[in-house]
Design a protein around this ligand. Structure first.
Ligand SMILES: O=P(O)(O)OC[C@H]1O[C@H](O[C@H]2O[C@H](CO)[C@@H](O)[C@H](O)[C@H]2O)[C@H](O)[C@@H](O)[C@@H]1O
Length: 247
């Protein structure tokens, strides 16, 4: 059961993208954000007076492409990039490290159907189209991460992500909460995947509202069954907030 909230102006809203605002698709490039979802985000942004940020594993440029024409405060590559509410870009120094994606291209090659997504400070190895190659991908990523102290490994939804250390979704949520217009507000964070757990921990430590989308194990305090249930709840937030303002 999701909590009811009347005043959005006292809350800071953080939303994950894939699997939270949009359904998971077969290929990262196949994802489209429906215009009604864009309108929902616009309304949340208005009703919270700009205290809305997207916290994603995708790089910032990909987030902007998906949410066009909206350009919201956002964190990309699981926290390695962050654009604050005044539009200033903060990049973890490690995000500039040389890419390691060539290793995968060399070993796996595009023809296998394994999708290699390069991002600043990271590479995602998607095996959704070739689940039979999970073990092989796992072997390769573990070997690389085992040799490099500067890297960490995330096993997300049909994806292995190798990332430079230096940030996570929790640290960027904390960074937003230290700045206006997020500062002093009760944080809300909704996400669906393992990488969102760091965000849930940060939000829980502020006494906020952490929401897991889907059925997997989590430290989030609340749960939405799926993308639709979360979206319906977000719509209610807007209606309640607007209702509050009506004399
Ligand atoms: O933090 P998020 O916004 O949830 O991003 C996590 C990763 O999402 C994308 O991959 C996932 O979604 C794809 C499209 O639905 C799907 O094909 C893939 O299997 C999923 O792992 C994105 O491509 C990654 O860069 C993000 O890190």
């Amino acid at each position: 059961m999701l909590p009811s909230i009347d005043a959005l102006k006292t809350h800071a809203i953080f939303l994950d993208l894939d699997g939270t605002l949009v359904e998971i698709a077969e290929h990262p490039d196949a994802v489209r954000v429906h215009p009604t979802t864009l309108r929902l985000l616009e309304a949340l942004n208005d009703e919270s007076s700009g205290a809305l940020a997207v916290i994603s594993g995708r790089e910032l440029s990909a987030i902007d492409r998906l949410l066009h024409p909206l350009k919201l405060p956002a964190a990309g590559v699981h926290g390695l990039e962050r654009r604050d509410a005044s539009g200033v870009l903060h990049t973890a120094p490690s995000a500039q490290a040389p890419p390691i994606s060539f290793v995968f291209e060399k070993i796996l090659g595009d023809e296998t159907g394994v999708v290699i997504e390069r991002k600043p400070g990271g590479v995602a190895v998607h095996y959704r189209l070739r689940p039979d190659l999970e073990r092989r991908c796992c072997q390769i990523v573990k070997e690389i991460v085992g040799q490099r102290k500067d890297l960490r490994l995330i096993h997300g939804k049909m994806v292995f992500e190798i990332l430079q250390k230096g940030a996570d979704k929790g640290s960027v949520i904390n960074a937003f909460l230290g700045e206006p217009p997020f500062q002093g507000r009760v944080p809300i964070f909704a996400g669906d995947d393992v990488t969102d757990e760091a965000g849930f921990a940060a939000v829980n430590s502020h006494g906020g509202i952490s929401i897991k989308v889907g059925g997997q194990e989590t430290d989030a305090r609340f749960r939405a069954k799926n993308v639709q249930e979360l979206e319906a709840w977000l719509r209610d937030l807007i209606e309640n907030a607007r209702g509050e303002q009506t004399p």
